[in-house]
Design a protein around this ligand. Structure first.
Ligand code: ADP
Ligand code: ZN
Length: 602
């Protein structure tokens, strides 16, 4: 274990192992198999990188995406580790050279795509190479039900058959149980020790706001909380992606679109700008995100509902990989539930699949409507127990009260019934409030028994009530019938029975206010207003551009914050910064000390 600790200090420049890293690393160094389930940003890479360096021979890492490989190899080279990758992006000459280096034992960590690994040529090279371990990254790609299925992953069991004595470590950030079972089965990891971490992402603050002028809400959120930050904004349609990106650009923000309808070249270009530059905002459909390792994504915003809790967890999980505070922010309204349910009803899928997806959507809607800690609901969904209150979600920071909505619900449901289940929410609210509109007069709805009985609530409260009744499946909105609201089987039972319903008292959301933090956890603050911080960031960007690498490969924000706060003025002091190992000290120590000398007293 001393060897591992030495590598941690000298190569990576970190003081301590995190979570169960030490245990996992020890296990693999001893030559045993492991399955590692750890959330994004948990520190999975060290779990195979350190054993690969500590053990004799080369560590072989299977990785599904070229971008991921390049990123990790780039980072390792910066640390002075002998790392390389083999994939289709290399020309033949370079590939050949790397193969020769492998055979001559000059490579400590080799990243390969699964299809490359399975070629006879590569398997032959392996025959001539001493192997420290096999790491199977993003192991959920083996799952046929998952979102990232890669058929070649299934054949990776061949590694174990050929090299039963070489330890294997499979890693994933996918939290759901069926996928885990499939990984074990497909990769034949029944004997492997399982290391399961909590899937909580404590630095992510979850918030769901009622939609009221979404664009303006978004603008305010970006303005008050994320000036100059990089982030991702998810929308449902390509059209909306384009529209929002353009609108943000008009407002002077650096926003780029990303969706499957753009040319490959444009997508690549926009993704590269997001990764290589600072403060770029990507507006995207779900097509964006896989293989994005950028650690300083400071927010993920949803202008439309994701499809499921799994989708929500994965998409929001792209924020704050570096452990610094990050926001998962979403606006949500009645029309979102209606649109998503409508899309599902009209999809081509089989009835059984649709039922499953409806259940998944309902769970997500429940999450949006919940009045308890969102982190608790999220983690419970993934079968993880979590205490009562996280103090880092909107419901914890600004508790939502509930009220007994039985009478209001009955009024709403019977209003739907009395007017013939043919009208939309706006009209129904007018009837309940006793307004005289043309439509009410035309249909004589001033004569129905529910006319004017709802005046104890305002129109915005009634809108909130209707939304919650639709969310709870007590009402349904018929999209093909001009948005007419109808009763459901569940509402019949509700009207007949003696059930109560607790409704949330929505906060007035006209102004998006910044929630004051009182987190118990110690969180680093990003010193955006400081001239020294800006100077350090600029220097980092220059160095990154000189080498054609992303800035975070030079230093993560967390290291840069420590440099900013502690202002080291000698190489000895600089060496004590977390994330500064021997290689980075030599490469960058002087450059950053100079920046401190120039700006440190400002
Ligand atoms: P994952 O692959 O699980 O998403 P990474 O391996 O990329 O996570 O690690 C996430 C971040 O945490 C990286 O910035 C990494 O350098 C950092 N990190 C990992 N282990 C440690 C540690 N023991 N001490 C400090 N930082 C760490
Ligand atoms: Zn909470």
């Amino acid at each position: 274990m001393n060897a591992a600790k030495d590598i941690l200090h000298q190569v990576f420049g970190y003081n301590e192992f995190r979570g169960n890293q030490a245990e996992i690393i020890d296990h693999v160094i001893q030559g045993k198999d492991a399955l590692v389930l750890m959330p994004t940003g948990g520190g999975k890479s060290l779990c195979f990188q350190i054993p690969a360096m500590a053990r004799k021979g080369m560590g072989l890492v299977v990785s599904p995406l070229i971008a991921l490989m390049q990123d990790q190899v780039e980072a390792l080279l910066q640390l002075g580790v002998k790392a390389a990758y083999l994939n289709s992006s290399l020309d033949e000459k370079t590939s050949y050279q790397i193969e020769q280096d492998v055979i001559q034992g000059k490579v400590d960590l080799l990243y390969v795509a699964p299809e490359r690994l399975l070629t006879p040529r590569f398997l032959q090279i392996l025959e001539r190479t001493e192997l420290a371990l096999f790491a199977i990254d993003e192991a959920h790609c083996v799952s046929q039900w998952g979102h990232d299925f890669r058929p070649e992953y299934i054949q990776l069991s061949i590694l174990h058959e050929r090299y039963p004595d070489v330890p294997r470590i499979a890693l994933t950030a996918t939290a759901d149980e069926p996928t885990r079972r499939e990984i074990v089965e497909q990769l034949k990891l029944q004997q492997a020790a399982q290391f399961v971490s909590s899937f909580d992402r404590p630095n992510i603050r979850y918030r769901v706001l009622q939609k009221q002028g979404a664009k303006e809400q978004l603008r305010q959120f970006l303005e008050t909380e994320h000036k100059g930050d990089a982030g991702i904004i998810y929308c449902l349609s390509r059209k909306k992606v384009e529209e929002i990106a353009e609108w943000l650009c008009d407002k002077g923000l650096d926003a780029l679109p990303y969706h499957a309808g753009l040319t490959n070249a444009t997508r690549q270009k926009n993704q590269q700008r997001f990764i290589r530059e600072e403060g770029v905002i990507i507006v995207a459909t779900v097509a964006f995100g896989m293989g994005i390792d950028k650690p300083n994504v400071r927010f993920v915003a949803h202008l439309d509902l994701p499809k499921s809790m799994e989708g929500y967890y994965q998409e929001t999980g792209r924020a704050g990989r570096d452990g610094l505070p990050a926001n998962a922010w979403m606006v949500y309204g009645l029309s979102d539930v209606v649109t998503m349910r409508h899309m599902l009803d009209n999809s081509e899928a089989e009835e059984q699949r649709k039922r499953l997806e409806r259940r998944k959507l309902d769970a997500l809607v429940g999450f949006c409507e919940t009045t308890v800690c969102r982190r608790q609901v999220l983690l419970n969904y993934f079968s993880e127990k979590f205490g009562t209150s996280c103090n880092n979600c909107d419901n914890c920071l600004e508790p939502i009260s509930t009220w007994d909505g039985k009478v209001a619900a009955q009024m709403a449901l019977s209003c739907v019934y009395r007017t013939g289940q043919r009208f939309g929410v706006k009209h129904l609210v007018d009837v309940l409030l006793g307004k005289t509109t043309d439509q009410i007069e035309r249909f004589h709805h001033n004569k129905v028994s529910t006319f004017g009985i709802g005046q104890a609530h305002t129109s915005s409260q009634w809108n909130s009530i209707f939304r919650q009744l639709v969310a709870a499946n007590l009402l349904t909105v018929d999209m093909s019938g001009f948005g007419s609201v109808r009763l459901t089987e569940k509402s019949m039972a509700f009207l007949r029975g003696d059930q109560t319903i607790a409704l949330r008292k929505d906060l007035e959301v006209t102004r998006s206010k910044k929630i004051k933090t009182t987190t118990k956890r110690e969180q680093k603050i990003i010193p955006n207003a400081s001239p020294l911080w800006q100077a350090l960031k600029n220097r980092r960007l220059e160095l990154a551009h000189e080498q054609g690498v992303p800035p975070y490969v030079i230093f993560h924000d967390s290291s840069l914050i420590e440099i900013h706060d502690r202002k080291p003025r000698s190489m000895n002091e600089f060496a004590t910064i977390s994330g500064v190992g021997l290689s980075k000290l030599q490469r960058y120590g002087e450059a950053f000390i100079r920046v401190i000398e120039q700006h440190g007293d400002e």
